[in-house]
Design a protein around this ligand. Structure first.
Ligand code: ATP
Ligand code: MG
Length: 456
């Protein structure tokens, strides 16, 4: 079986290959630069008048004067070494020729020194100095060192070349791999937040490598989740519809039976309450599923203080039964746009929860104030706070209570809730472009904050 070469492997191999080629080219260029710098002094000295000066000293003071002249540190410029060699290859100053030059000097320089006068005078590698007595010397000027290896400049140049290549190739790799990974991460995070319609960008899914395959898998997974959620919702909606009619018939049958043959009051009340609970639960499920599927249609300009005022008045009886004081502090000029019935149902559930959990004799505070949006300071929002002094909610449950059917220990005598109230409220406020969250109140209890965009 032929195993397909991994596209990511090929890509990485190309990057590494490019890095090596880049490094070699840069290193060669910097070494050539260093060598040419080293050669510069040598070439300058060659083009100068050093040879002529030596010839003059030799003719003026002979061999000894020439030896002194070349021993003077001021004579020889930096970066070059001067050898004045006799026919045997001995330097006047007694310096040893580097071993690497010896063969070369023997063949091409000393041969010319030893050569008798003839009518053939080829261009010499080293000028000849001729003393008064006819002794001939080779004037051999060598660069002190053309050796890029092993010096500090080379080390720094190679390090710099390596760093430049690493930086450039790393940036290319980060762009080529980091960008799709970030885009994929964004998609996964959006999915995790609950937006199941999120998909990876086509630039990532269209890639032929493993990242592209991963993006396509994520998309396939998201599609499946979306379909599952849609079918779950459809099932909940259909079931609730199907249950409604038999329930209505059951209620009617109970009334009919009651007329023909009255049941003991307690039995009748129990059956009626249970039927009403079922009705309520089915209604909640329908409302919850409908809120997700349909956008809000009714849009009215509403004064928040008026809405809260009516709500508080309507709940006063219930609060009175439980010996709970309702306190409302709402600024007068706060308006929002939305569906009055839906918004009321959202606030009502939060307020009813607070009343239900508040201990007797304690207050439940409802307040509304203008706020600047934390995410976008240019947006004005209305913040409604509903706060009680009850047992509160453990911190790990503060988010979870907004999930459907999450209920903590039933509050006091009341265990009638379906656990959908806050989930519905969250959808109601989200559908109005707002947000709801809960946090612990001080010194105790729960504080629920609702923000809605303020109408201008
Ligand atoms: N003010 C509060 N103090 C303490 N716990 C609370 C408070 N509000 C809500 N909770 C907890 O959060 C859970 C979920 O609340 P939610 O309103 O969604 O459902 P419910 O009130 O139980 O039923 P429903 O509102 O559907 O009739 C509640 O069961 C309760 O345990
Ligand atoms: Mg509730």
């Amino acid at each position: 079986m032929i195993r397909r070469v991994s596209p990511l492997y090929v890509r990485m191999a190309v990057y590494i290959g490019a890095a090596i080629v880049g490094f070699v080219l840069l290193a060669l260029a910097s070494l050539a630069l260093i060598a040419s710098r080293q050669l510069e002094n040598y070439l300058l000295a060659r083009e100068g008048s050093l040879g002529r000066d030596a010839a003059q000293v030799l003719s003026g003071g002979g061999r000894d004067a020439l030896r002194e002249w070349m021993a003077d540190p001021r004579t020889i410029p930096d970066g070059v070494v001067l050898y004045i060699l006799d026919a045997e290859g001995r330097d006047l100053a007694g310096k040893e020729l580097p071993a690497s030059y010896r063969r070369f000097v023997e063949r091409f320089v000393l041969a010319a020194v030893r050569e008798e006068q003839s009518n053939f005078s080829p261009i010499r590698l080293a000028p000849l100095l001729v003393a008064e007595d006819g002794t001939r010397y080779a004037f051999l000027l060598l660069p002190q060192r053309i050796a890029p290896w092993g010096n500090a400049a080379t080390l720094i140049a190679l390090l710099a070349a390596a760093l430049i290549v690493i930086a450039v190739v790393a940036a290319i790799i980060a762009r080529a791999l980091g960008k799709p990974i970030r885009e994929l991460q964004l998609t996964v995070r959006t999915l995790a937040k609950g937006d199941v319609a999120a998909r990876a960008p086509t630039a990532v899914t269209g890639r032929g490598d493993e990242l592209g395959a991963l993006a396509r898998d994520v998309d396939a997974m998201a599609e499946r989740i979306e379909r599952l959620l849609a079918s779950r919702q459809q099932l909940m909606r259909d079931m609730s519809h199907e249950l409604r009619s038999p329930l209505a018939r059951l209620q009617a049958a109970l009334a009919l039976t009651e007329r023909k043959q009255p049941l003991p009051e307690i039995e009748h009340a129990r059956i009626a309450t249970e039927l009403e609970r079922m009705n309520q639960a089915i209604g909640d499920v329908l409302r919850f599923t409908r809120l997700e599927a349909e956008p809000i249609r009714a849009k009215h300009l509403l004064r928040i203080d008026e809405l809260l005022q009516t709500l508080v008045e309507d709940e006063r009886d219930e609060a009175g039964h439980r010996d709970v004081r309702l306190v409302l502090i709402a600024a007068a000029d706060l308006t929002v746009v939305g569906d009055p019935a839906l918004l009321r149902s959202g606030f009502e559930n939060v307020l009813r929860n607070a009343i239900r959990h508040a201990p007797p004799g304690s207050p439940v505070e409802v307040s509304a104030a203008p706020r600047q949006s934390a995410e976008d300071p240019a947006t004005d929002t209305v913040e409604v706070r509903i706060e009680d002094r009850g047992p509160g909610v453990p911190s790990e449950m503060l988010e979870r209570i907004f999930e459907p059917y999450t209920r903590l220990a039933p509050a006091g005598d009341d265990s009638t809730g379906t656990g959908l109230g806050l989930a519905i409220a969250r959808r109601v406020f989200a559908a109005h472009g707002g947000h709801i969250h809960a946090e612990p109140a001080t010194p105790c209890g729960l504080q629920v904050r609702i923000t809605l965009p303020r109408a201008c």
